[in-house]
Design a protein around this ligand. Structure first.
Ligand code: TXA
Ligand code: MG
Length: 330
């Protein structure tokens, strides 16, 4: 059931549901989360079951403010403090060493914990109301079935889990792709997942170079968002250069069927119509991030079989979107 976040009564109802061990569709500025009380193992188990996610894939724990971090993390390096000071509340998750008995089920067996303080006003209100009842952390992965496209509206969440799930409607997610994840357990900051907050911003705030997980000796902790194939719609996704999709469309001509194209370049008029459905890709990376998951879902909903996406530029501001598209195409 979708309830409007505009009514304070509903926000309290959402927080009460979490405190009672129920699941909640929670709006955040990145994507919607499938939320549960992080300290309630039974409630957390419901998340893994509903998503079909392996229970050893750790969940992010959401907190109302940086003050809650020391409840969950046993140690916070100085560079992580800087990151929190600069980017919280906001779309940044920090992996920190975990207090042994805190959020154990949510951490999926890791001795670390992923913490994030979201900036969406409704997320903040829900987290504050939970904290007032002694629930300090809310575990929430993206509210989609395992491996599928993340939801950026309440309706997307409902289409994944049906009407029995309580969903707090906070409108369209502003950022549109999941938070940037920085592992702070290795002495140096490690970028586990790119996002809206970019590499350069992180390095400036830390005063340290970001390390890539591949260059570390020990295996980096599991992150499902970092599996090669993820964020996959039902249709087959291909990343193509402008020239490649133009040539492919010309070759198909009138035989073009069930093709969805997301590109900055508009196809020439003689290629439009018929079996081609075109959506304009914003030339601006922030705007493209805001739209990307809704575009993939929209193509699926139209029964499109082949999704062609113009490869975004290989520049730092496109890193988050490029990452999601490459995984959708894998
Ligand atoms: O923007 C977001 O981060 C959204 C919203 C709802 O907050 N959440 C999200 O959750 O994307 P999820 O579960 O779909 O992705 C979280 C990623 C996973 O890849 C998970 O493996 C990783 O964070 N993660 C969580 N805790 C971790 C830990 N202790 N060590 C390593 N990776 C961790
Ligand atoms: Mg996810």
């Amino acid at each position: 059931m979708i309830i409007s976040g505009a009514l304070p009564f509903n926000v309290q109802q959402a927080a009460d549901a979490l405190c009672a061990g129920e699941l909640l569709g929670l709006p955040t500025e990145t994507v919607y989360g499938l939320a549960a009380d992080a300290s309630n193992a039974t409630a957390v188990a419901k998340i893994f079951k509903a998503k079909g996610r392996p229970s050893n894939h750790p969940l992010i724990v959401h907190v109302a403010s940086a003050d809650e971090v020391k409840k969950f993390a046993s140690e916070v390096p100085a560079f992580a403090q800087n990151l929190m000071a600069q980017f919280w509340p906001g779309p940044l998750t920090l992996i920190l060493p975990r207090h042994e008995h805190m959020a154990t089920a949510a951490a999926g067996g890791q001795n670390s914990v992923g913490l994030r303080c979201p900036s969406h006003p409704l997320a903040h209100q829900v987290l504050k109301a939970c904290a007032a009842k002694g629930v300090w952390g809310v575990a929430a992965p993206s509210a989609n079935l395992f491996g599928r496209v993340s939801p950026t509206s309440a309706a997307h969440v409902q289409s994944e889990f049906g009407d029995s799930l309580l969903i707090l409607d906070g409108g369209e997610c502003e950022v549109g792709i999941e938070s940037t994840i920085v592992d702070c357990t290795r002495g140096v900051p490690v970028l586990l997942r790119p996002g809206h907050i970019g590499r350069t911003q992180i390095e400036q705030a830390c005063g340290l170079k970001l390390v890539n997980p591949e260059s570390l000796e020990a295996e980096a902790p599991r992150a499902s968002g970092t599996l090669a194939s993820h964020y996959a719609p039902a249709a087959k996704v291909r990343l193509m250069s402008t020239l490649d999709w133009q040539k492919a469309l010309e070759a198909l001509g009138p035989h073009t069927q069930n093709v969805g194209l997301w590109s900055v370049q508009k196809p020439s008029p003689e290629l439009m119509g018929g079996g081609l459905f075109w959506r304009a890709m914003p030339a601006n990376a922030t705007q493209a991030a805001h739209e990307v998951f809704a575009v993939l879902r929209n193509f699926d909903a139209r029964g499109i079989r082949s999704i062609w996406i113009e490869t975004p530029p290989d520049t730092p501001e496109w890193e988050g979107v490029r990452d999601r598209l490459q995984r959708a195409a894998a």
